[in-house]
Ligand binder design. Structure first.
Ligand SMILES: [Zn+2]
Length: 262
């Protein structure tokens, strides 16, 4: 029995050694790249020191409704003048980072670069930013892609993030509760009003899902919040189906309204 145990231990050590040699060999052939800038890094699935140091984390104090950082603490649940002047349809918002080149590099690695390991890092940062809203939610819903775009892109980056976040937060993953009712053109290059019109009534809760939505609270997940038009349209669809509360959690938040080239 002991011999069998020793043999297993030796085998495990050899396997680990071979796996390390294999990994080192692969790293020598294809050096691991930074997820954001593609510079060389020591280990795969990470960011280089320069990109890490450039990430602009959103830390308290911030606006409860829009997640915009405040210059000084205004007390728990404080709401910005922007949210009071034009209240969003959702209840609370959280975002991990302010949108900048480093955040864009990471978001694009997942969205256009097929680098799903970027999603793991993004989801970890989002989980940290959304801890309080995830604690009180009944389910996590990704912003859906229209089936034609899903077919072309092969995956929905918001669904990748939402699946991971729901798993790690121990909350239900509910992608089927919200659908795109029509295809919309990309929001890239559109101004605030054009974005709002583009996604107006573009989302529905299927009739047979209304009983699953009524009276429940949800966290909507997207990679980047620019003007918030898409998340507003999603929230409206869920609230029309009877949702009691809808909060939004994004990886990055575009704080300067003119930054619409996303
Ligand atoms: Zn980098």
């Amino acid at each position: 029995m002991l011999e069998c145990g020793m043999a297993a231990l030796t085998f495990a050590r050899i396997s680990r050694g071979l796996s390390l040699v294999g990994r080192l060999g692969l790293d020598w052939l294809i050096p691991p790249q930074c997820l954001a800038c593609r510079g060389e890094v020591a280990a795969a699935s990470g960011l280089c020191v320069a990109c890490w140091s450039r990430l602009a984390f959103i830390e308290a104090p911030f606006c409860e409704r829009l997640a915009i950082p405040f210059p000084y603490d205004q007390g728990e649940g404080a709401v910005s003048a922007a949210a009071l002047a034009d209240p969003p349809s959702w209840d609370r918002a959280r975002a991990a980072l302010l949108f900048d080149d480093a955040a864009q590099g990471l978001a694009h690695a997942l969205k256009y670069g097929d680098r799903h390991e970027a999603g793991l890092l993004m989801a970890r940062l989002m989980l940290r930013a959304g801890t309080d809203i995830l604690r009180s939610t009944d389910g996590v819903i990704p912003v859906p892609l229209h089936r034609f775009r899903l077919w072309r892109r092969r995956y929905n980056q918001s669904a990748i993030l939402a699946r991971r976040i729901s798993k790690d937060a121990g909350r239900a993953f509910c992608p089927g509760l919200l659908r795109r009712s029509r295809a919309t053109r990309s929001q890239t290059g559109l101004n605030h009003d054009e974005r709002r019109r583009n996604v107006s009534n573009a989302f529905i809760v299927p009739e047979d899902s209304h009983p699953l939505v009524a009276g429940k609270s949800f966290v909507l997940i997207d990679d980047v919040r620019t003007t918030g038009a898409t998340l507003q349209a999603c929230t409206r669809a869920l609230k029309e189906a009877g949702a009691a509360r809808v909060d939004v959690l994004t990886f990055a938040l575009v704080h300067k309204p003119k930054q619409l080239h996303i």
